[in-house]
Design a protein around this ligand. Structure first.
Ligand code: GLY
Length: 466
């Protein structure tokens, strides 16, 4: 368990008070088979279960009765087979005691508890399930078909969990700093490798996995390593890196205790940016830095995103790629041809923190609903007013996506603001993204991590050539 028992006891008390009535059911994750039952993916606990219990084992659940305040830790005890194959592990009773829950019940008890609650007309609060086994379990326990579970999930519970998990405590920030440190080691290694002759994307991807694993952790998501940076999630291929191209590497670490980092760097394979690359790269750097000066408590992250879009549009106008009134161009979403995603997302125990609970509840509220009808804006993940203790990514990018350029050109989308002939000269450019993890502080914000991964163009060139 990462934190003290008191931390978990307090979190559960706060959760119970926020939800108020009914029965809270939190399901921990089960092992997930890869190609046959005994050959499973590396186990990953559900982040909310982890947040409220600190326990990493598969096959557990937690029940909190809001009215009586009674908490029950649920799981089937280990048997001799478990001990023979996996060694002597902590018992369910020991885990419950460690996290401060007095009552322990086997899994079969869940049916009894849920049946009793339903018979009395009490609400059983559950979070939106994202794994098939949980969907089946919830159907058995609550009689709700998997196709209806997303809408039947408890809004009260979702909102309570989002409220608690959104603000990172000092001890969580220390863990996020550790993740960022591993991220630093991963990215600086990748940048050095990117300029080695004969290097492949896949080799660099493998090195990233290895660095994360050698720190007892894993990558916080499947690493993106591609000379086609315009493919937002371009996974590594066996292609040999070509001098003259840019390599986009977007990767993060997850600590043993499941706190994440998420960084992106774009490195010139030749060790030096061409003039054309540097012009685009410097715009992204300035957008990245602008976000840092604007992000502070009370400011809507959606407004920071728009400030970045305005700056990007101004600078792309100077290069002759965009034209017209900047404000009008941004309002019409013309910049989204180059930046089809939002400035960032929340980060914590999930790299897209709590995304499974529903992006609308995590990233937005009444005053910051994204425009779902506008390309680019509809992909925003976080727009809420920033608060001290929020951790968000700052990840502007400029991409030249040939199919998107052709589509917009053909259909005349935002043609008033775009110089398609000039844009065509960048068809094989690829993409640039720069990303860091940012903690909102009382005075503004700061990067997470003890050392900065080089990102200003001169620093990048000096670093990879050094
Ligand atoms: N860093 C990958 C993503 O945010 O989707």
């Amino acid at each position: 368990m990462l934190f003290t028992q008191e931390t978990y006891v307090q979190r559960r008390r706060a959760l119970r008070e926020l939800v108020g009535t009914g029965v809270i059911l939190l399901l921990g994750n089960n092992d997930s088979p890869m190609n046959y039952p005994a050959n499973a993916y590396k186990f990953r606990q559900d982040s909310s279960f982890l947040y409220f219990t600190g326990q990493h084992r598969d096959g557990l659940a937690l029940v909190i009765d809001c009215e009586t305040g009674k908490e029950t830790f649920v799981g089937d005890e280990i048997d001799i087979d478990d001990i023979v194959w996996y060694g002597s592990v902590t018992s369910v009773g020991e885990m419950a005691a460690e996290t401060g829950v007095a009552e322990v019940k086997p899994m079969a008890w869940l049916a009894e508890k849920c049946g009793e609650a339903r018979a009395k007309g009490r609400e059983v609060h559950f979070l939106p399930p994202y794994r098939a086994d949980h969907k089946i379990q919830l159907m058995d326990l609550l009689g709700i078909h998997p196709s209806k579970q997303k809408e039947a999930a408890s809004l009260k519970l979702i909102q309570a969990v989002v409220k608690l998990r959104s603000i990172k405590s000092a001890e969580e920030i220390a863990e996020l700093e550790r993740a960022s440190h591993i991220g630093y080691l991963m990215h600086t290694a990748a940048m050095k490798l990117a300029v080695q002759p004969g290097m492949t994307e896949a080799f660099i991807g493998g090195q990233l996995d290895g660095i994360a694993a050698s720190h007892g952790s894993i990558c916080s998501f499947q690493s993106i390593v591609s000379m086609h940076g315009e493919i937002l999630h371009g996974y590594p291929s066996q292609r040999v890196l070509e001098p003259g191209r840019l390599l986009l590497c977007d990767a993060g670490a997850e600590t043993v205790e499941h706190y994440c980092s998420d960084h992106t760097r774009t490195t010139p394979v030749s060790g030096k940016f061409s003039t054309k690359q540097r012009e685009i790269y410097d715009i992204v750097v300035d957008c990245h830095d602008l976000a840092l000066t604007h992000a502070k408590p009370g400011v809507k992250y959606f407004d920071v995103h728009l400030d970045v879009c305005r700056l990007m549009t101004e600078r792309l106008k100077e290069l002759g790629l965009m034209k017209g009134d900047t404000e009008e161009a941004v309002q019409n979403g013309a910049h989204a041809l180059f930046l089809p995603h939002g400035l960032g997302h929340m980060m914590g125990m999930d790299v897209h923190d709590m995304e499974g609970l529903g992006q609308t509840y995590v990233g937005f509220d009444e005053e910051t609903r994204p425009r779902l009808d506008q390309f680019g804006t509809n992909a925003l993940r976080f727009g809420r007013r920033l608060e001290v203790g929020h951790v968000v990514t700052d990840e502007p990018g400029i991409y030249f996506i040939p199919d998107l350029i052709d589509l917009w050109h053909r259909e005349g989308i935002n043609a008033r603001f775009l110089n398609f002939d000039r844009i065509d000269e960048y068809r094989d450019f690829g993409g640039v993204r720069i990303e860091d993890d940012v903690l909102i502080t009382p005075d503004g914000c700061r990067f997470l991590g003890d050392e900065r991964i080089p990102y200003h163009a001169d620093e990048v060139e000096a670093y990879v050539q050094g």
